[in-house]
Design a binder for this molecule. Structure first.
Ligand code: MFK
Length: 559
């Protein structure tokens, strides 16, 4: 018999509900963005995804917490096999992803310019309960885009039916093998070489240092054909099928799985290509430009993932606040804790609106219905990616704090949120690399496509209740041209501040726009939420960083 006293108190854990119905922001956006009949057609799927995301999938993810992918390099009899065993949830996630058309929906022409909004609304519900399976889907989406547009009929006919399949058995995912030891950000320094063998087959040799989702059935990668010059123009984009028909790796060794801070279910591998057979996708040069559509799409998925992790943290913290009592009251009834949750909600709403606006623009660009051609999207993509990534890390940190000590304890599953979120501001371009990419985009098209769009959307805030939002957004927009009027080195030193400021303005304007559209519709309390979130964001969360025109901060580092 134990002489311990029975415990008088056991805290009930947070619970999730139907993650579609409970996500007031996502449903408000979809109600305003999609034609009524189209939304009606999609509701059953959204509802089912919301139920599974907050129920069965979340439970499986929690049960799977300690599983990680394993690399088996040798058979018991000494044969080099290099097999990766995935976690049980990952095995199932592939079929779910295919069945819900998480890639295919984006290419469903019957949905017109709304295809991307519907695709990413589905992904929104899937991603946070499936252990970063969104990563291979992002790369698959990028590969599908490239192969749809590259004009390489043979490759398109071979791979696209698989990449766009809605059947788990046929569905392929694609890898994106870019990062090398010499260049993660500066990909132009890629060392992998491409040579033609006696049969005219291209073969790749080199080390790929970080290859996410290394179990994919195909990959797009960069290599330098023999005799090509240095730099990114001397690189070419290649298509690789890592396995032969018997499932054996074709002149590829998996050197190890990366021991990462987070995204640990994701089998990120270091590969040695030892004459791996490959096919050029689109000529034998300009590889970085050729792979850029994939980068832009994975950056879109990154932003969507950032929002969904914010939403997941808020859902868990809100549920906990409804159950947890301290100082005689539930946390949810305590003014300071309510304020904290409101700030998280406002940040989420703003990030989500910036992201969904970008997704809507992507759909318009792909269907030839964007007012400024591809220019606005080109500006939005790096900006929204970098801003949402940083907001997601902050929100994950705040989520853990909402749980006190429990948020710091592994078997609650909460620390994983913070570790996972941290990848979002690193992969697919760090904050600084993306800020420089934004400058590259602005240099090509000027600021007008973005500035004019933001001004027009601000001008449309003509409801009495959005007057304050109109004033704050207009004031911010008036400052923008001055930020760009600097010599190149000053501009570069301020690129991050400019990018974050532009992201914050985009988020405010898009959330305010949602508030106006929601108010214009009939309805009750739910319709007020975007306005409340927009006012909270504008008054308490919206701040613009100062542009350092004196160079005072540029020399505080060691040389
Ligand atoms: C769930 C979330 C999903 C996430 C899935 C992630 C899984 C995969 C994990 C990874 O693979 S992480 C590694 C990802 N790596 C990067 O994101 C690379 C980061 N570095 C950059 O983005 C650099 O800016 C870049 C490598 C593109 C710089 O390359 P360069 O060659 O030094 O730059 P340059 O000369 O300015 O650009 C070359 C060409 O590409 C130019 O076109 P032209 O040849 O026609 O002049 C550029 O305009 C074009 N370009 C570059 N970035 C572009 C682009 N075009 C369109 N969009 C862009 N973003």
């Amino acid at each position: 018999m134990s002489d311990r006293q029975p415990l008088s108190f056991i805290q009930s854990p947070p619970e999730l509900g139907n993650e579609y119905r409970e996500d007031w922001l996502l449903s408000a956006w979809l109600e305003c963005a999609l034609p009524e009949a189209l939304l009606h057609d999609q509701l059953e799927v959204f509802d089912e995804l919301g139920r599974r995301s907050g129920g069965e999938w979340y439970r499986l993810q929690t049960e799977d917490r300690l599983n990680e992918p394993r690399l088996e390099q040798w058979s018991p009899w000494g044969e080099r096999v290099d097999r990766i065993e995935l976690t049980p949830l990952w095995v199932k996630a592939k079929s779910w992803a295919a069945e819900y058309g998480l890639v295919a929906t984006g290419y469903d022409d019957s949905l017109g310019e709304h295809a991307r909004t519907i695709q990413f609304a589905r992904a929104w519900l899937f991603i946070p309960s499936t252990d970063f399976y969104g990563c291979p889907l992002a790369m698959t989406d990028g590969a599908a885009r490239i192969l749809s547009d590259a004009g390489n009929r043979e490759l398109a006919e071979r791979a696209l039916p698989h990449l766009l399949s809605r059947n788990g058995e046929d569905f392929w995912t694609s890898g994106q093998w870019m990062t090398e030891t010499i260049g993660g950000s500066d990909v132009s320094a890629t060392e992998t070489t491409a040579e033609q063998d006696d049969d005219g087959r291209w073969r790749l040799t080199g080390r790929k240092w970080f290859t996410s989702a290394a179990t994919s059935e195909m990959a797009l990668t960069l290599a330098r054909p023999e005799a090509n010059p240095e730099g990114s123009r001397g690189l070419a984009l290649f298509y690789v099928e890592p396995h032969d028909a018997d499932g054996r790796l074709q002149n590829i060794e998996i050197l190890r799985l990366k021991d990462k801070l987070g995204t640990r279910k994701l089998p990120t591998a270091e590969l040695w290509l030892n004459g791996a057979p490959a096919t050029p996708v689109a000529g034998l040069d300009r590889g970085v430009a050729a792979i850029a559509p994939m980068l832009n799409l994975t950056r879109t998925w990154n932003a969507v993932t950032a929002c969904t992790l914010m939403r997941r943290g808020i859902a868990l913290a809100t549920s906990y606040a409804q159950r947890r009592r301290a100082f005689g009251k539930r946390l949810i009834d305590q003014p300071l804790h309510r304020q904290t949750l409101s700030a998280m909600n406002a940040d989420y709403a703003a990030a989500a609106c910036a992201t969904l606006a970008m997704v809507g623009e992507l759909g318009r660009v792909e269907h030839g219905r964007a007012a400024s051609g591809p220019d606005l999207l080109r500006i939005l993509t790096p900006m929204v990616k970098l801003g949402t990534a940083r907001d997601a890390v902050a929100c994950a940190s705040e989520t853990l704090e909402c749980f006190g000590g429990a948020g710091y304890v592994e078997d609650t599953g909460l620390p994983q949120l913070l570790r996972d979120a941290q990848v979002l501001s690193i992969w697919e371009g760090t904050t600084n690399v993306l800020a420089l990419d934004l400058l590259r985009a602005l240099a090509a098209s000027g600021i007008e496509p973005w500035l004019e769009t933001m001004r027009a959307r601000t001008a449309a805030l003509d409801d009495e209740r959005t007057r304050e939002l109109h004033a704050i957004a207009s004031d911010a927009l008036d400052q923008v041209p001055g930020w760009l009027d600097h010599p190149a080195d000053a501009l570069e030193a301020n690129a991050r501040t400019i990018a974050m400021n532009m992201y914050r303005i985009t988020a405010l304007v898009e959330l305010a726009g949602l508030a106006r559209r929601s108010l214009a519709r009939d309805g009750g309390e739910q319709r007020q939420k975007p306005l409340i979130a927009a006012l909270h964001y504008a008054r308490n969360r919206f701040s613009l960083g100062p542009i350092d025109t004196h160079g005072t901060g540029w020399s505080l580092t060691g040389d």
